[in-house]
Design a binder for this molecule. Structure first.
Ligand code: UD1
Length: 369
């Protein structure tokens, strides 16, 4: 009898984390690996395009949960995922990252006495205003196997009293995907589509509620764009939440009035990687991009006061700039001059994290690799 494993995906940053795991599971005959998509993200360019880009098969089950308040979204995912878990009777549920789907499915699984593995465990921003911080903390309490990307995660878990036997420092599955697809991404025409030359543009992503759900903060972001945009092209694939808030605050025209700003719909994994690898710098509030830019050795200015990924500051190219307009513009111009922050690639970010995870899980589940 094959062991059944369900991996959960829900939101955009989950797909590139599950793709390398799926690849590894394909070579283990004693495991049947299924992908359940909660539908937390559902737009074609927030979800479906990633399956093609990452060479993932269509999900085995799509729950179609959609958007809602935190309670509504989490509860709906739980209700729908419970039906699937009862039907499939998995031997293990794998969750990744820190989105609502991560916590919701973990909770369902443990109540059905199904063990949970959390990939990207132990990260802490220590910022209780971030919904992701609660998703991370609570999932780590529930999960039996905790796979960690950087040493700070191990320390955080130990400080929280987690038994060391549950913790595995394995590296970063998101970097596995990046390494696997970097060459393919390099062949995309994304730069010519935007009419930009390598290292002569800034790439932006912004979607954190703390930045985009507050009008004054969006106005500060406008000021940053005006400052850096006087020197270079800014490419800004805009998250649906951000687009909605810009519209609600009546700021659409002010954004449109910056001549060097190219606003576009969200773009797929390969095109984004192609741009990120050739940008002069990134301006972001994403978690994952802080890691990806560290690996690609591209300077990254993070519009947050804290990060759950301190290794990107200590060793990588990341800098926290909060919403300090003057500092961000100054650092941005420095990066455009080729004097941005340099770093080193953290240990274990070598493209083999999924391999390590699958090896450990096979051992724990008594399955021959
Ligand atoms: C979610 C995650 C966040 C992650 C981000 C990546 C949580 C708590 N948040 O934030 O950690 O960094 O995804 O993108 O899980 N919307 C669409 N189409 C979609 C999805 C969303 O239009 O396909 C719009 C809806 O108006 C929705 C809003 O975006 O209300 C926010 O979506 P939601 O999934 O609630 O949170 P994100 O901000 O995307």
């Amino acid at each position: 009898m094959k062991k059944k494993i369900i991996s959960v995906v829900g939101a955009r940053p989950n797909f590139m984390k599950v793709a390398p795991l799926h690849r590894q599971f394909q070579r283990v005959t004693g495991i049947e690996h299924r992908i359940v998509h909660t539908g937390q993200h559902y737009d074609e360019n927030m979800s479906k395009v990633f399956f093609g880009d990452l060479e993932l098969p269509a999900p085995d089950v799509y729950l179609g949960v959609g958007s809602g308040t935190h309670a509504v979204q989490t509860a709906k995912i739980m209700m729908e995922f419970e039906k699937v878990a009862l039907e499939v009777q998995p031997d293990l549920v794998i969750v990744v990252g820190d989105v609502n789907s991560t916590l919701a499915c973990s909770l369902v699984a443990v109540k059905l006495c199904v063990p949970v593995a959390h990939v990207e465990a132990g990260l802490r921003s220590f910022d209780p205003t971030m919904p992701e911080e609660w998703n991370r903390r609570l999932t780590d309490i529930i999960a039996e196997h905790l796979f960690v990307t950087e040493p700070s995660g191990v320390k955080n878990l130990i400080d929280e009293g987690v038994d060391g036997s549950r913790i595995h420092l394995v590296g970063d599955v998101m970097i596995d995907s990046l390494i696997l697809f970097r060459e393919k991404a390099a062949k995309r025409n994304a730069l010519s589509e935007f009419g930009v030359a390598p290292r002569e543009f800034m790439l932006v992503t912004l979607h954190r509620p703390s930045n985009v759900d507050v009008k004054e903060n969006l106005e500060k972001i406008l000021a940053i764009f005006e400052g850096i945009g006087s020197r270079t092209t800014i490419i800004f694939p805009i998250h649906p939440r951000t687009r909605k808030m810009i519209r609600e605050f009546g700021l659409t025209e002010r954004f449109a009035a910056i001549p060097s700003l190219r606003l576009t719909d969200p773009i797929g994994y390969l095109d984004f990687l192609c741009l990120m690898d050739r940008a002069a710098l990134l301006l972001t509030d994403s978690g994952g991009i802080q890691e990806e830019t560290t690996f690609l050795e591209v300077p990254c200015l993070t519009l947050r006061e804290n990060t759950e990924r301190p290794i990107t500051i200590e060793q990588g190219t990341n800098q926290l700039v909060g919403l300090d307009v003057e500092r961000t513009v100054a650092e941005g111009l420095k990066a455009l001059d080729g004097n941005g922050k340099r770093g080193v690639i953290p240990e274990l970010w070598d493209g083999r994290a999924a391999e390590r995870i699958v090896r450990i899980l096979c051992e724990k589940m008594g399955v021959q690799e």
